[in-house]
Write a protein that binds this ligand. Structure first.
Ligand code: ADP
Ligand code: MG
Length: 747
């Protein structure tokens, strides 16, 4: 039994899901598969694992597993549940890609969906678990979809073996037909239990105009207005990425400085009369909708952390706090009589910082959380009465044919916008301010597409082949990826040697090389490099380069706009320093030809040599968080390589000497073997039909030229052939991670 603290017990009793405990547990007892739908905040994630625990699902040898698409949720929910149950984190634990606190006493394990997928590769029957909860299934992340497909087969196998197992799929929306009505997935539809939510009405206010450029400015001004004029209640702001979140936090903190002890009781009352004015003008165009449809939505698929990629862009909170940038703020005079307690929230934020949003704000101050779409369904913040929605989301877009990707801020879906609005009605009637017109809203797509239909799938195909699922098209996907994407994935894997040559299309079996590749936690191109790394003692270098290539944005973004002369000159100094270091890291002579990858290798080597300190990173233009991630990944890749080929006995050397000339040549060939389909040839003089082709490169798939970025180590050299990591479209089509290829190596 569980010994909860009285105040915890009291808080639990207020959650709608508690009223359904009997119904849920009975359904679970009588069925192998159960689908549970309930509005965000109804208590699914925190309570259902406790129901299962108390019903004895973790009392034998099996434990309770819960998967989350986001790392934030896995960590935060495990802590919360441990606290509610008054149990140690040795018992209620978490595991995410790089870290975890699981012990042999763990009974409830929260993990990211990718972690469970890896475990299935080791033990297909998942014998450690007596029940798996797939949480946030409405997000339709790729791994969630695959896990549901796999578990639809694993659970019957376990039952047949006399080791019964349960699957519970939890969703914040009622749109679960892709799971329940899919006969390939579940021949008999699983029971769907709905948890009635207590939801208060939310008035939705549309903007008259839709700001196309400076929507963060609009967000800032709207938030200021709400704070100045409207009665107490927390504000939740939705933006698209970490950089925006920090910039708006900074502006708000400057406008409403908050110091402990600086509270102004009664101040809200004085402002009340503005309230009427305010509601008048915001509602003049569209009368408030009495109640929005909160049952008809789904949220966005997640590319874990993608919204925070391309971070670095004014990422460092506090670093420029004291600067007076943002000229637009001058109209918002700093007003310390109206303290606002401003907190950022996004995927990659440190857990201690995330935890702050759950605590009540200091007395007399209003809570204002500025978030990315993590706050849409994964985390429920208490006390929110006002939502400010920019209507946008940042997503990575892939060109299916060329693989070119770009991060774009685009309109969200109607379903997501409704989900965001719903956050305002958790504790009392609320208001949602949409910074776009109702006509624009009408043009939003109804729902967001499942992630699996939007991105390349070679990594999934390889994982599945490793699970001996040869005919991937026949896999019970909740939503099947396009045939085009599946064919492209098989072709790439055949060309990498991970799959045996055809004949039968779409069902090439996995090769021994493919098996080794599948055991590395990186995508197939990089896994190929690792598999080849043994030659000429190159493995430590390959591991370091692959780790650096798969962590985004290792250099700080020093091209950001400066707010003051002083900052501008500091930035210029740091840019010069970074440029100098990049030249140093690029090495000399032969190593220059490894190009940007040599720069990565040099940076990792130098940083480790210096002990990977914050100071070293700051002084040399490296992103500290990225360097820590690279360090962890190096350790993890080293372990993975050792377990595939123990005879190499590779280890992480923090005093790694630079590669020799012949090792550099070997590294270049290994890189070519992994990135062979990313080959580009410099455009010849005689081909220069159009001036845009000057210094351009031709690739097999693109009609347009691609370029070497001015910051690249090979910008001045312009080798005849290069391979690149990816093409990212920014102001031009730029290749990233470029390395030179000798013409005679080109097949
Ligand atoms: P659901 O999964 O249905 O969206 P949750 O189980 O996540 O709901 O949340 C139930 C309640 O628990 C919410 O009111 C939420 O605010 C609260 N809660 C969740 N995590 C924490 C935390 N770390 N601290 C305080 N309250 C929390
Ligand atoms: Mg939840």
């Amino acid at each position: 039994s569980v010994d909860r603290l009285p105040e915890m017990q009291e808080a639990r009793l207020r959650l709608p899901v508690l009223a359904e405990e009997q119904v849920i547990m009975e359904a679970v007892r009588e069925n192998s598969f159960v689908v549970l739908c309930g509005e965000t905040g109804s208590g699914k994630t925190t309570q259902v694992p406790q129901f299962l625990y108390e019903a004895g699902y973790a009392s034998g040898t099996g434990i309770i597993g819960v998967t989350e698409p986001r790392r934030v949720a896995a960590v935060s929910m495990s802590h919360r549940v441990a606290k509610e149950m008054n149990l140690s984190t040795r018992v209620v634990s978490y595991q995410i890609r790089y870290e975890g606190n699981v012990t042999c006493d763990t009974k409830i394990k929260f993990m990211t969906d990718g972690v469970l997928l890896k475990e299935i590769q080791k033990d297909f029957l998942l014998q450690r678990y007596s029940v798996i909860i797939i949480d946030e299934a409405h997000e339709r992340s790729v791994y969630t979809d695959i896990l549901i497909g796999l578990l639809s087969r694993i659970v019957p196998l376990r039952n047949k073996k006399g080791l019964p197992m349960k699957l519970i799929v939890m969703s914040a929306t009622l749109r679960v037909e892709d799971f329940t009505e899919n006969r390939k997935l579940f021949p008999t539809p699983p029971p769907v239990i709905k948890v009635e939510a207590r939801q208060f009405p939310v008035s939705v206010h549309f903007n008259k105009r839709t700001p196309l450029e400076d929507y963060t400015g609009e967000v800032f001004h709207k938030t200021c207005k709400i704070h100045r004029m409207l009665p107490p209640g927390g504000i939740l702001v939705f933006l698209t990425g970490q950089a925006e979140v920090h910039s708006v936090c900074r502006r708000l903190r400057r406008a409403f400085p908050f110091k402990r002890g600086n509270t102004a009781s009664g101040m809200f009352l004085k402002k009340y009369y503005y309230y009427y004015l305010f509601t008048f003008f915001t509602q003049s165009l569209h009368s408030s909708l009495p109640r929005i449809d909160l049952d008809n939505y789904s949220a966005l698929p997640v590319d874990e952390g993608d919204e925070d990629r391309l971070a670095g862009i004014d990422d460092e909170e506090g670093s420029d706090l004291e600067l007076g940038d943002d000229a637009a703020d001058t109209e918002e005079k700093a007003d310390p009589s109206l303290p606002l307690y401003v907190l950022p929230l996004y995927s990659l934020l440190a857990p201690e910082q995330q935890a702050k949003v759950f605590r009540p704000p200091p007395h007399g101050a209003r809570l204002c959380v500025v978030a990315t779409n993590v706050a849409e369904t994964s985390l429920t913040i208490p006390g929110i009465k006002y939502v400010v929605d920019c209507g946008r989301v940042k997503k990575r877009f892939y060109d299916r044919v060329t693989g070119v990707s770009s991060f774009k801020v685009s309109w969200t879906s109607q379903a997501s916008a409704n989900q965001r609005a719903g956050r305002a009605g958790r504790t009392e009637p609320g208001h949602c301010y949409r910074l776009y017109s109702s006509a624009v809203f009408g043009d939003f797509s109804l729902f967001s597409e499942a992630e699996i239909t939007r991105r390349p799938v070679e990594d999934l195909v390889l994982q599945m082949k490793d699970l001996n699922i040869d005919k991937v098209v026949n896999f019970p996907f909740p939503t099947t990826p396009s045939a085009e994407a599946l064919v492209a994935a098989e072709q790439l894997l055949v060309s990498l040697g991970a799959l045996e040559e055809p004949p039968p299309r779409l069902s090439c079996p996995i090769s021994p090389l493919g098996r080794a590749m599948a055991s590395f936690p990186v995508s197939p191109r990089y896994a190929k490099m690792l598999a080849l790394g043994k030659q000429q003692d190159c493995l430590p270098y390959v591991i370091a380069v692959v780790a650096a290539m798969t962590v985004r944005e290792i250099f700080e973004d020093l091209d950001r706009p400066a707010g003051s002369e002083d900052e501008s000159s500091k930035l210029a100094q740091r840019r010069a320093r970074l440029a100098q270091m990049r030249r140093l890291w690029a090495g000399q002579g032969a190593s220059l030809l490894l190009g940007d990858l040599m720069v990565l290798l040099g940076a990792v080597g130098a940083c480790e040599f210096a002990g990977c300190t914050l100071k070293f990173c700051e002084e040399n233009g490296l992103r500290y968080k990225a360097m820590l991630e690279i360090r962890r990944l190096r350790g993890q890749l080293t372990n993975a390589v050792n377990s595939v080929c123990p005879e190499v006995g590779v280890f992480v050397d923090c005093k790694m000497a630079p590669p020799t000339e012949s090792q550099v040549v070997c590294l270049r060939q290994i890189v070519l073997a992994g990135l062979g389909d990313h080959l580009a040839r410099r455009v010849q003089q005689e081909e220069l039909l159009d001036s845009k082709w000057r210094n351009g490169y031709k690739t097999p798939l693109l009609d347009e030229p691609v370029y070497i970025h001015p910051s690249s180590a090979l910008f001045k050299t312009l080798p005849q052939f290069v391979v690149y990591q990816e093409v990212l479209e920014t102001t031009k089509m730029y290749m990233r991670g470029v390395s030179a290829v000798e013409p005679e190596w080109v097949p």
